[in-house]
Design a protein around this ligand. Structure first.
Ligand code: IVH
Length: 671
């Protein structure tokens, strides 16, 4: 009641004197309309990233560079004072206070321009809305918005009861809340904040990083603890190791330790690179590990028939990702390490690498467990399997007669670098295959006929449910899928060859084959001749493919099932032949281009695609025949080789100019 009375009084005042309405006024928080979009905020002091270190040597390097950069430190042995503190796995946020009142909260964005999230931030209890009189009049406090471990677990429990997908890490969950447009939903949210740095300030009230932390704490900010003042590599490494051990007990997620030079006057003198301050570095923790149980061991059959043992795990969060399976490599590995269903194991995940089982906790092994029995036949088709001793791998050679391989081939057929039918996902393919609706790629083009109501009503006793009436589908999505399939009825020759999924015939080789044979007919004729024993024909194929790929190519075309599938497919689609005339006028026609180093404005894939669209041929290594060398950041040996050959080096900027229509001219060409 008291709240309501005060609220009414406030609203009356605000109505009379609207200029008194502040962004943190409760009238602005409660029940306000969802924001339609975020306004952009330019950061006066950019919000930079941190350079990463992984090893003790990287840290020694960091310390040495500081010494080298500061004249009077060069000659002394005096250690540099460093503040070490946890690197919080959240989202950085900048809070601007004017006249000690919080007026603006912004995300980092691209470091220069962020988004205004003031309204959402006002609901975060950790963030002081008003600073005490001891604080400067105008100041920007920077730090990390995060969600603690307990809240994160709760969020995922709720997700589970609602039947929603689990959120893979607290950082993503925090981003969701921070950018929530419905402010009513934000009112009860778990966001928290640690202050650890300053942005723009109107007077330098502190002379050390440590002082900044102390001041922030005295103004009511929470700090990312434990932090410590250290000097010298020994102390630094000891702190790092201690926190790594404590990591899981901190209550919030961290991914390393940040070291910052304590003396702020040195910050100014050392400055920044384009991306990060030279006075700070993030010492990352190695790949995360976690304990979990093996539910069972299964054998997965790949597209080319390779049998891989896989541990199905109790899902566990490792370094921000949910892991529910891990590879057990091969038969020898399982035997040697004796992995069993029911075992408690430690698994490790590093970046995008497939998770691995590191070790088994033998003391926890269930009494009734027994060693894993490797199958003696293919778990998918029941056919015979063959062992390759040098790799300890087993293979099922049934090809598309084996359901697992047929399904993997279909997935490959619609994948991004092949026919790219995005709307037809892996789960759909598995489902349609199990119902017998698609068995070979040609069947994909008959799906509409089989699953659209128009045709189904004509022969209604089929017992098939139209796609639009199925779980997870509706009229719109069903029509979208049919349209997407219709849209992919023509394809370039190289992509067609690639989409067949022939062992060892990858993207590059497919392109070379397309360039050589110009049409699928030519290629098939040549292969057929080679199959029937024409030595010369085989040699000419081998000249571009090498022996291994030639064998696998011929084997593919010898197989009746493949030929049948192929012929049916050719009735559904058309292949664009390699049209030489069409390419002749292109600006980079016939030029061989090699990319090296890291491009900062486009992916390698995009760069290659665009080069090809200008008529260029992509080379993998520098040879005398290389025409254009585009060198991005930290280009290594290829760049050196190109220089040795006297090649002109094209920068990323010049490369973009070529893409934008500037004529390419190699100044060495006239020599
Ligand atoms: S200092 C100029 N301290 O890490 C750099 N950053 O990888 C100022 N981060 O964008 C940042 N914990 O979001 C600093 N204790 C900490 C941090 C921290 C996490 C984040 C921050 C930054 C990112 C860079």
């Amino acid at each position: 009641a008291e709240y309501d009375r005060l609220m009414r009084e406030l609203l009356e005042i605000e109505e009379k004197w609207p200029e008194l309405v502040t962004p943190d006024s409760p009238s602005q928080r409660v029940g306000s309309k969802p924001l339609s979009k975020y306004t952009q905020v330019k950061h006066i002091t950019p919000m930079l990233s941190l350079n990463n270190a992984n090893t003790e040597n990287d840290i020694l390097d960091f310390l040495q560079k500081i010494k080298n950069g500061i004249f009077e430190l060069r000659e002394t042995d005096a250690p540099i004072e460093i503040v070490a503190e946890p690197k919080v796995d959240g989202l950085s946020c900048s809070l601007r206070y004017e006249h000690r009142r919080l007026v603006l909260a912004a995300t980092r964005g691209d470091g220069f321009i962020g988004e205004d999230v003031t309204k959402n931030i006002l609901a975060v209890p950790d963030i002081p809305k008003l600073l005490p009189s001891t604080a400067p009049d105008s100041i920007e406090v920077r730090g990390e918005i995060y969600i603690n471990d307990l809240d994160f677990i709760k969020i995922n429990e709720t997700q589970e009861t609602l039947g929603n997908k689990k959120i893979s890490n607290p950082r993503n969950a925090a981003a969701g809340y921070l950018k929530q447009l419905d402010l009513n939903a934000v009112k009860e949210q778990p966001l928290k904040f640690f202050g650890y740095a300053l942005g723009e300030i109107d007077n330098n009230f502190a002379s050390t990083q440590w002082e900044i932390r102390t001041k922030l704490s005295s103004w009511g900010f929470k700090l990312n603890e434990p932090a410590m003042l250290l000097s010298g590599i020994k102390e630094i490494m000891a702190f790092y190791q201690e926190i790594e051990k404590k990591r899981s007990t901190l209550g919030y997620s961290i991914d390393g330790i940040v070291y910052k030079v304590n003396d702020l006057s040195l910050h100014q003198r050392m400055g920044f690179t384009g991306k990060y301050p030279k006075w700070a570095i993030a010492h990352k923790f190695p790949a995360e590990r976690a304990h979990t149980h093996i539910k069972k061991i299964i054998i997965s059959v790949g597209r080319l028939g390779a049998l891989t043992p896989v541990a199905k795990l109790e899902p566990v969060n490792v370094g921000g990702a949910w892991v529910s399976r891990a590879t057990l490599h091969n038969e020898d590995e399982i035997k040697k390490r004796d992995f069993r269903a029911g075992d408690l194991v430690i698994i490790q995940r590093a970046g995008d690498v497939i998770p691995q089982v590191l070790s088994v906790e033998l003391t926890n092994r269930p009494k009734d467990s027994s060693p894993f029995q490797y199958p003696t036949k293919c778990p998918s088709c029941g056919g015979p399997i063959e062992r390759n001793d040098s790799e300890a791998t087993w293979t099922c050679n049934a090809g598309i007669a084996c359901p697992a391989q047929a399904v993997e081939r279909l997935k490959f057929f619609v994948s991004r670098k092949a026919f790219y039918i995005k709307a037809l996902g892996d789960k759909n393919i598995e489902q349609f295959y199990s119902e017998g609706l698609i068995r070979i790629p040609a069947d994909i083009y008959k799906l509409e006929e089989k699953l659209s109501p128009k045709t189904l009503y004509n022969h209604n006793d089929s017992g098939i449910t139209p796609l639009k009436d199925r779980d997870g589908w509706g009229e719109i999505s069903a029509n979208k899928l049919f349209a997407a399939i219709r849209d992919k009825k023509t394809i370039t020759l190289n992509k067609f060859i690639f989409s067949l999924g022939i062992n060892t015939v990858g993207e590059t080789l497919s392109k070379r084959l397309a360039k050589k044979f110009k049409s699928f007919k030519n290629m098939q004729n040549s292969i057929n001749k080679a199959i029937s024993g024409d030595k010369e024909e085989r040699q000419s194929i081998q000249a571009i493919c090498g022996e291994v790929a030639t064998d696998s190519l011929l084997n593919f075309f010898k197989n009746e099932l493949n030929l049948n599938s192929l012929n049916q497919l050719l009735e559904e689609i058309s292949i664009e032949s390699e049209d030489v005339e069409a390419h002749k006028n292109k600006p980079l026609y016939g030029k061989t281009i090699v990319f090296t180093g890291k491009l900062t404005t486009m992916t390698r894939d995009e760069a290659k695609t665009r080069a090809e669209s200008l008529g260029a041929i992509i080379g993998n290594s520098i040879t005398q025949k290389t025409d254009i060398v585009v060198a991005g950041e930290s280009a290594g040996s290829k760049l050196k080789k190109a220089e040795r050959y006297g090649k002109k080096i094209t920068s990323e900027k010049e490369w973009k100019e070529i893409l934008n229509g500037k004529q390419y001219f190699n100044e060495y060409e006239t020599n």
